[in-house]
Design a protein around this ligand. Structure first.
Ligand SMILES: Cc1ncc(COP(=O)(O)O)c(C=O)c1O
Length: 248
């Protein structure tokens, strides 16, 4: 595909090409913000159009909200920003609200073909995680106070990351900021530069990951409950490390 080909134009073309040899897929599964893929943010209009294509071709729309869900992007489900309604949703990570293992799959009732007891396994139904998840849902998600706070902290990170990206760019290291809510990254284009920044950060007591094909995105996935004080301290450490790497 050319650099400027819209992926949905291409997808639609494949679906409607009767002699293309492509069977209509049963489902499309996507992350609205790719976590390990490098904080690639799907546009809201793009998501709406994808939903329309799925409906038109009777394809299930599955949102993998394992990393972007549970409030990470500033809404409980990451696709809420786009106002779309998926057929199947996966959730995990902070779902238990307490760091306990817990994952679930939500689906339209008519898609649930399992009979009671048919879908089972040794580790299913971890009762303690269900109790903590229920408590977390009640504490954080019965009004919009928490999501507005996540969005506010996301804007703080966005602004600081934009400045750091501009600083790197001014010093001959092209960089850009991207993300949604508190799922944000600085694409520094090179995995080596990203490693230098994160290694320096580690020396100063800040654990920050990378993602992307070459590990070129410095990725902030701080706790949603982080205090402003801790958030600003972390951002200050990162700024110091980025500036040190930029002037090397
Ligand atoms: C977006 C996404 N989907 C799926 C997974 C796998 O999750 P699990 O280990 O719960 O199967 C991960 C793990 O990082 C993820 O980030």
């Amino acid at each position: 595909m050319g650099e400027h080909t819209d992926t949905l134009d291409y997808f639609e073309k494949l679906l409607s090409d009767k002699s293309g040899g492509l069977d209509i897929p049963a489902g499309v599964i996507i992350e609205t913000v790719q976590g390990e893929g490098g904080i690639n943010v799907a546009g809201l209009e793009w998501l709406k159009r994808l939903e329309g294509i799925c409906r038109a071709h009777d394809i299930l729309l599955i949102i993998d909200d394992i990393q972007a869900g549970c409030g990470r992007t500033g809404k409980f489900f990451s696709f809420e920003h786009a106002g779309i309604t998926p057929d199947i949703i996966t959730n995990s990570k902070s779902l238990s609200g307490f760091g306990l293992p817990f994952a679930h799959v939500l689906m339209r009732p008519e898609l649930d073909k399992w009979k009671p007891g048919q879908y089972n396994g040794t580790f299913r139904g971890f009762s303690l995680a269900m109790v903590t998840a229920t408590a977390a849902l009640k504490k954080y998600w019965t009004n919009d106070t928490f999501e507005r706070d996540v969005q506010r902290k996301g804007r703080i990170v966005e602004e600081r990351f934009q400045k750091l990206a501009a600083h790197l760019t001014e010093h001959g290291m092209p960089a850009s900021e991207r993300g949604r809510g508190l799922m944000r990254g600085i694409d520094v284009v090179s995995g080596d530069i990203a490693d230098k920044i994160t290694s320096k950060a580690f020396e100063h007591g800040l654990v920050i990951e990378t993602s992307g094909q070459d590990g070129e995105v410095v990725k902030c996935l701080c706790p949603l409950t982080i205090s402003d004080e801790d958030l600003l301290e972390g951002l200050d450490i990162l700024e110091m490390c980025v500036k040190a790497v930029a002037s090397e």
